[in-house]
Design a protein around this ligand. Structure first.
Ligand code: SF4
Length: 398
């Protein structure tokens, strides 16, 4: 990290495209002008914050759910999931009484399904250990399943007003720019510097507003393309005054993206489709899917789907046709999913097949389109199910 503006640095009054900073404000070093910086930020937040549903009552339950949902999710999408969720689970008790199946179904599309399972487990813990009242003590919040330092800080500060920082990607970016952190923000020493500044910046008694203001500023003004001309922190921002905003935050090393080829098979019998429930562990634990797996080196997708289907269910199948390819990107890997229509290799298609022998799942069923609607599935499999039924609906007489 570098310190404040050194006397040797040339501080421009304005950069191309920005409103000139009034000379009386010409670079106020943020370290020595914290109260002014805090005030400017709070005033901006009061005037420009978005009206979000959890900003009405600030109940701990709503703050918690919104924070968990918004990790890795766009705001608009998060709001629509949040609204739907609150209609069905308006409080901790309703959530705690729900089935995992239903919770996963309402979470479907947000990804990171372990979060949904943790949210359910935490709701049950709140019922068992805290009489259904969301705990206010930081150590009790941290003890809830799936609640890490970020979420605990967010709940404790936004719902209960505790003087704690919330450091998300928006806050990292704002701090790195305002304080000119010159090493990658997710690595030391900058990571500690970000946390230290984020805490030092919180004004007494204003943790709720301040932490949200920092995140909101990062989302609305100090984004990837910062709008310094309208920024309430322009007078304090070292990177702006040094003309190096485009170099902050310093990017860290990106993990390489691994391409993965997988196959899946849709076995139909009359109006029903075979689906299985994944084992509880893993990214898509307990979600329903069409059986399948990875294509081995040198193997064709057609051969892979027949092999995988038999390995996972014991059903010998043949490929009827290919539905197509679904591509899906994750943080560190990119999936190409080859989707096939299958038939049983032996026997009359009208007969009821023998039960499967599951090796990669905990349950199975032959589901109608309507039943499939109620099951939680990974995004790519839901997309495939929707495609199949949309195509079926377009057939004459369907
Ligand atoms: S002045 Fe620009 S770079 Fe600095 S905090 Fe504001 S938007 Fe971000």
């Amino acid at each position: 990290m570098t310190g404040g503006a050194s006397p040797s640095r040339v501080v421009p009054a304005a950069l191309p495209g920005m409103t000139p900073v009034p000379s009386r404000h010409r670079h106020l070093p943020p370290e020595s002008h914290l109260p002014q910086l805090q005030q400017a930020l709070l005033a901006w937040f009061a005037a420009h914050q978005r009206p979000l549903p959890w900003r009405v009552s600030y109940s701990p339950y709503e703050v918690w759910i919104s924070e968990v949902m918004l990790q890795q999710t766009q705001m608009e999408r998060g709001v629509s999931y949040f609204t739907r969720w609150m209609k069905r689970f308006p409080d901790v008790a309703t959530l705690a009484a729900a089935s995992e199946e239903e919770v996963l179904r309402l979470w479907e599309g947000l990804g990171y399904y372990s979060r949904a399972r943790h949210v359910l487990a935490a709701a049950r813990q709140i019922m068992d250990r805290h009489g259904g009242v969301f705990p206010a003590a930081l150590e009790d919040i941290r003890a809830l399943p799936g609640v890490g330092p970020y979420t605990a800080g967010a709940i404790a500060s936004i719902a209960f007003g505790e003087k704690l920082p919330c450091v998300d990607a928006n806050v990292e970016r704002v701090v790195a720019r305002v304080f000119d952190l010159d090493t990658p923000v997710r690595q030391e020493p900058a990571a500690s510097a970000v946390r230290a500044w984020a805490l030092r910046l919180v004004p007494e008694g204003k943790a709720r507003e301040h932490n949200q203001a920092m995140m909101e500023l990062g989302a609305l003004v100090c984004g990837k393309k910062p709008r310094c001309a309208v920024c309430p922190l322009a007078a304090f921002c070292i990177s702006l005054h040094l003309g190096i905003v485009d170099q902050r935050p310093v990017p860290g090393k990106r993990a390489p993206i691994t391409p993965i080829e997988v196959v899946t098979g849709v076995l139909r019998r009359k109006d029903k489709i075979f689906v299985q429930k994944r084992l509880p562990s893993g990214v898509w634990g307990n979600l329903w899917e069409f059986p399948g797996g990875r294509v081995e080196p040198g193997e064709s997708p057609d051969a892979a789907v027949v092999r995988e289907f038999e390995e996972e269910t014991g059903f010998a199948a043949t490929v009827d046709s290919k539905y197509g390819i679904i591509r899906h990107g994750y943080t560190t890997y990119k999936i190409t999913l080859h989707c096939f229509a299958l038939s049983l290799a032996d026997g009359d298609p009208e007969d009821t097949p023998a039960p499967p022998t599951l090796t990669a799942a905990s349950a199975w069923r032959w589901a109608t389109p309507r039943e499939l609607e109620a099951l939680a599935m990974p995004a790519a499999h839901r997309k495939l199910a929707d495609q199949i039924f949309a195509a079926a609906r377009r057939l004459p007489g369907a």
